[in-house]
Ligand binder design. Structure first.
Ligand code: PLP
Length: 622
């Protein structure tokens, strides 16, 4: 099990017990002994909830939120900071009602609030029972109706702050607020100049699409004064992009934000909240380094870096400490869920047996066979080159009609036998990147019952790395190296980068499938962004989603379940009416019956299969 590096990236919430259950991945249970994920999957299966499953562990969700709030509370106390921490959850990171409602419930003790970036998200936030002091921060482009809702919501007990994205938005806010006779609570979004690195670099710096330039910010302050509304501007906002991987960037960003804050205060704006946006990263690989998939800081360090930087900047400017807001999304929800799917089939690129090769076989087949005579670790590269050459020559002969199909089949089998030998030798040999690349082409393919586009969109779109590993048989040495392919008919639907103990690998060590025994693979830390960014490629819909609570008896309770989309539901998304489809199909079947091409009993089988499919899961069903 060590090869997967779970102790490094498992965040102490996932483990494989050294001597306990039979090599299974477990979720750590703060209240009792760890619970094995395959036992949860089996239990869910008995209840009729089948793979693929998005499994959320309630305590992981709650703990991340609690740790964030406690981290800030500790830093605030350690630095004798006089402001408070008022975190908000950005709904866009995971809009699922189950997640938002649980975060609101757990966050009430910390006056934790919500951030919205659109009108639908605003409607979600306004339906939540936020604590009295919690903030409701409105970012994004807002129309008149949005602004009206935001302003009037303050009269029913929400602390709704409209963050101005542009001077034009201020015109609209002024108009709506005058018409309502109500003053708004305002924030201003500032474009900071510091640039971060990583996948979200474009969200930072001069060319980022959001936030106001310095001249616009000054114009907004002056306009508010002129309108007698300067008392409305209570929050300053900036967001530099997600997954900030370097703590020094965090300090620089905060420092720059503080400069704007102190200057705006000097212009007479009564700012109370310094909102530093999202960006708290997640260490997906456990490398503890600043790179796209890892971060070089811990949560307590993040909180300290922010609190210390703000304190020093405010003290230097002689300004009272503001309340600090962060809109951490990824850091709060990423760890809480995992995708679990079963392997449906394998495409193996090697063969354990050698076919009989006659002495009068084509000389290229005999040449290929002879490679095994000089195969050794020292001559591995040479052998690989020769084998590929002979195989490709025979493929060319076949294409030109100079080799028959049986001979080619024999050649391919010999080749796959050699590949098995190459792979074995490569394990104990120092290999060059070129040889790795060549052998990578012969990696096995494990076909998983999931859609990359629906469940792991960032893996497809930006090469995001999530830890992935088999969930069982971890007390057996894996015998194969595989890449994963999903169930869509798209060659992009594959995963070929894996986090292992000794670095990033193009293949995942896996076991040979056993007859009649399900083989499950888990993809971890998928709680942020993946659920709603996913799409309906090939019409694979939402997976089953379950939330479990780990109990004191070492067991678990199923506390929430959302059944995955049925085929009828996904058809409806693309405007097919399931009943209309069924009735057209039925007419055609009946025509075939009346033309005596189909028997009555075949009719029943066909119609039932169509109907059952409509109400069934979009994924492979056993
Ligand atoms: N706030 C704003 C304005 C955002 O655009 C985002 C997402 O990019 C977030 C907060 C959440 O960021 P993160 O998930 O990195 O915490």
């Amino acid at each position: 099990a060590e090869i997967y590096g779970i102790d490094r990236w498992g965040h102490q919430i996932l483990t494989v017990l050294a001597n306990g259950d039979a090599g299974l991945v477990d979720v750590m249970n703060p209240k009792a002994a760890p619970v094995s994920i395959p036992s949860i999957v089996q239990d869910l299966g008995e209840r009729g909830i089948n793979s693929p499953i998005l499994l959320r562990v309630n305590s992981f969700l709650q703990n991340s939120l609690i740790e964030l709030n406690q981290g800030f509370a500790k830093a605030i106390s350690d630095y004798q900071f006089e402001g408070q921490y008022r975190g908000v959850f950005p709904i866009k990171v995971n809009q699922q009602a189950e997640v938002v409602e649980r975060l609101v419930e757990t966050g009430r003790q910390f006056s934790y609030g919500l951030e919205v970036g659109s009108k639908p998200e605003l409607l979600i936030a306004l339906s939540q029972n936020l604590a009295k002091d919690s903030l409701l921060i409105c970012n994004g482009v807002k129309d008149e109706e949005f602004i009206r809702l935001a302003i009037l919501s303050c009269k029913i007990g929400f602390n709704t702050i409209i963050v101005l994205e542009s001077p034009k938005e201020l015109d609209l806010v002024i108009r709506v607020s005058k018409a309502l006779g109500e003053k708004p609570r305002l924030g201003v979004r500032i474009k900071l100049t510091h640039k971060i690195t990583g996948y979200w670099a474009e969200s930072s710096g001069d060319r980022s699409s959001f936030g106001m330039t310095t001249d616009n910010v000054v114009a907004v302050a002056e306009r508010l004064k002129a309108e007698g509304m300067d008392d409305c501007l209570i929050l300053q906002h900036s967001h530099l992009g997600s997954q900030i991987s370097d703590i020094i960037d965090v300090r620089r960003i905060v420092n720059e934000a503080c400069r704007f804050f102190t200057e705006l205060k000097a212009l007479g704006m009564p700012l109370q909240f310094l909102d530093l946006g999202g960006g708290l990263g997640v260490d997906y690989t456990g490398e503890k380094q600043s790179n796209e998939n890892s971060i070089n800081y811990s949560l307590p360090e993040y909180c300290e870096a922010i609190v210390e930087t703000v304190k020093y900047a405010m003290d230097e400017a002689g300004i009272a400490h503001p309340n600090i807001v962060t809109e951490s999304g990824r850091g709060v929800v990423a760890l809480s869920s995992m995708l679990i799917f079963d392997v449906l089939d394998t495409t193996l690129y090697d063969s354990a047996t050698l076919p009989e090769v006659d002495s009068d076989a084509h000389h290229l087949i005999r040449d290929l066979l002879a490679v095994q005579d000089y195969l050794s670790t020292k001559r591995l590269q040479e052998c690989v080159n020769d084998a590929i050459y002979y195989r490709d020559e025979m493929r060319a002969l076949f294409r030109r009609g100079n080799m028959d199909i049986k001979s080619l089949a024999q050649a391919e089998t010999v080749f796959r036998f050699l590949v098995a030998q190459f792979k074995k030798l490569a394990v104990d040999t120092e290999t060059s990147p070129q040889l790795d690349e060549q052998l990578g082409h012969f990696a096995d393919i494990y076909h998983g019952n999931f859609s990359l586009f629906q469940s792991l969109p960032d893996v497809w779109a930006i090469d995001q790395l999530h830890p992935i590993m088999p969930l069982q048989r971890l007390n057996e040495t894996p015998t194969r190296q595989a890449m994963l392919s999903d169930i869509t008919c798209d060659s992009d639907g594959k995963v070929d980068r894996f986090v292992l103990a000794d670095g990033i690998s193009k293949t995942l060590p896996v076991h040979d499938l056993a007859e009649d025994e399900a083989y499950y693979i888990g993809v971890f830390f998928v709680g942020a962004y993946q659920e709603t960014l996913g799409d309906l490629h090939n019409l694979f819909g939402d997976t089953n989603v379950v939330t479990v609570a780990l109990g004191e008896d070492g067991n678990f309770d199923l506390i929430h379940e959302v059944e995955g989309d049925t085929i009828a539901e996904v058809l409806d998304y693309v405007e097919y009416e399931a009943q209309a489809c069924l009735s057209t199909f039925r007419k055609r079947v009946d025509r075939a019956v009346s033309e005596k091409q189909l028997s009555i009993s075949e009719r029943r089988v066909l119609i039932e299969a169509y109907k059952d499919s409509l109400s069934g899961y979009t994924y492979f069903e056993k």
